[in-house]
Design a binder for this molecule. Structure first.
Ligand code: NAP
Ligand code: ZN
Ligand code: ZN
Length: 349
């Protein structure tokens, strides 16, 4: 077994604390990665606090992983020792179902294996990237440009692909008016991509203090979502709205902003369901949809797009010892715009 150490939640109400565990020895297609940086996604908080009701402990969270390859299995063809790589939200899938064959492993019909908190096909509980290393099948490992700041690249593995994929799927680009709801980790990447794809982008935020940043990040307009007059002015005008909000909020305030046939896509996953007035969908044939991360080929496409267009996440780098404080600040929407853990701060127990 490979020795690993990191920070884990032992139950839903305890803070993360140092934890030692083992990873499997390398199988034929496995890559071992020494982790350099790991982003802090709001999903790490929902998961460790069991807000979605499916947590398994102990849980080492983290699925925005950047590091260097330290060893490869005998059948690995994509990577060699020393390569800089990324690992995201899933580490396995069946590879044979229709979704897997279509390159949409995240929708695997028997269920993709999450990077942490899931039983893998070897019977082990997966553990994530708030740790010194990870062992993963090469199919779920991505090439990362060494030209970009690795701390800024880490959030692309979840926040990046989760916003890139739906914007591509619904063909956001020039002549489209697009809204992004919530300016957090996902929201600021959605804003950067929608702007980069040439759309007219409107950022919705509850935080007055983020208006100037939203413009700097590419918003053509910024609307305070708690200003009913400003919201009313945007009625029936959007082709597409991407909702990244982590807490329950009133979708009925946003659905009327879509044009006829417009699409509202939910990527934020609050722990409680919303109440929707169906008239907001029916009277303009509007569509309510959702999306989860992206496939492995599309994740590589997104990373290559970011390298070509010099796109990274705006990050606040922290030592692992500050992780519980960082969780509290994320919950208060007080992060600009993603915490990333510098794993060199992690001490061997
Ligand atoms: P985050 O950094 O905390 O950002 C969420 C933003 O939502 C906040 O910055 C805030 O933006 C806004 N917000 C928070 N509470 C609100 C409230 N009560 N009412 C209105 N707005 C509120 O979180 P994140 O890491 O971007 O993740 C966002 C959500 O996406 C989480 O639920 C996460 O689990 C989910 N997620 C889904 C996928 C997927 O594949 N579908 C992938 C990753 C994450 P303002 O200050 O601008 O209002
Ligand atoms: Zn995530
Ligand atoms: Zn499958």
């Amino acid at each position: 077994m490979i020795q690993s150490w990191g920070y884990a939640a032992q139950e839903s109400t305890t803070p993360l604390a140092p934890f030692s565990f083992n990873r499997r020895n390398l199988m034929e297609k496995d890559v071992a990665v020494e982790i350099e940086f790991c982003g802090v996604c709001h999903s790490d908080i929902h998961s460790t606090r069991n807000e979605w009701g499916n947590a398994v402990y102990p849980m080492v969270p983290g699925h925005e992983i950047i590091g260097r390859v330290t060893a490869v299995g005998s059948g690995v063809t994509k990577f060699k020792v020393g390569d800089r790589v990324g690992v995201g939200v899933i580490v396995d899938s069946c590879r044979t179902c229709a979704s897997c064959k279509a390159g949409e492993e995240q929708y695997c019909e028997v269920g993709a294996t999450l990077t942490y908190g899931a039983k893998d096909k070897y019977g082990d509980l997966t553990q994530g990237g708030y740790a010194n290393n990870i062992v993963t099948d090469e199919h779920f490992v991505h090439r990362v440009s060494t030209q970009l700041d690795p701390a800024g690249v880490a959030p692309l593995l979840c926040a990046g692909i989760t916003t890139y994929s739906p914007l591509r799927h619904w063909e956001v680009g020039p002549s489209k008016k697009v809204g992004v709801v919530g300016l957090g980790g996902l929201g600021h990447m959605g804003l950067k991509f929608a702007h980069s794809f040439g759309a007219h982008v409107v950022q919705f935020t509850t935080s007055k203090s983020k208006i100037a940043d939203a413009k700097r990040l590419g918003a053509d307009e910024v609307v305070l979502s708690n200003d009913a007059n400003a919201m009313a002015k945007e009625a029936n005008s959007f082709d597409f709205i991407l909702d990244t909000v982590s807490a329950v909020h009133d979708l009925n305030a946003y659905l009327p902003l879509l044009k006829r046939d417009g699409v509202y896509c939910q990527v934020g996953l609050p722990d409680q369901p919303p109440t929707i007035f169906m008239g907001n969908l029916i009277f303009k044939r509007r569509n309510l949809s959702g999306s989860i991360i992206g496939g492995m080929a599309e994740t590589q496409e997104m990373l290559d797009y970011c390298a070509a267009h010099n796109i990274v996440s705006d990050v606040e780098v922290i030592p692992i010892q500050k992780i519980n404080e960082a969780f509290e600040r994320v919950v208060k929407a007080d992060v600009k715009y993603r915490f990333v853990i510098d794993m060199s701060s992690l001490k061997r127990p």
